[in-house]
Design a protein. Sequence first.
Length: 169
Amino acid sequence: MGQHGQVAAWWHGRLPQEWFVAPAEVRVDRDEVVVVGTLAPPEGAAEEGPEATEAALGRISRFREETRDERIAIAREAEHRFGRKVAWGVACGPEERLFTHLSAPVMTRLRQPERIVLDTLVEAGVARSRADALAWCVRLVGEHADEWLGQLRAAMTDVQRLREQGPTV
């Protein structure tokens, strides 16, 4: 199991089961862990339209306030354990909201999904640095980048698995 898998496994074991209706999505890069859980939609709320949006926003707001102290304690524990900042988010009905989250300076401020792309290219040896990776991405502006990066990550996972199975030196 790679580091991402270990971080996600810890979160799945650590989060209170009653918070979310499904396992939380755990996104990891070298700077931050973003944990996004799905809340049950409010009973009797509309499924679409402005009423659904308002009901979902109300549920998100309630969750944020009611769990604040416990979320802070869990985040501090995780930050100490994994050496990364923690951000929280929730989805409810048609809405998803991220609470305070990291915007790390690279050459510009990038959110975690963009940093993960750059770090994947560096870790795979496609680029020497985040700066080179960003320049490569701008030149490519690939419509098929998601598919290619998925294949690259799968290959890196295979390489990591093979390293773990190999002889110890």
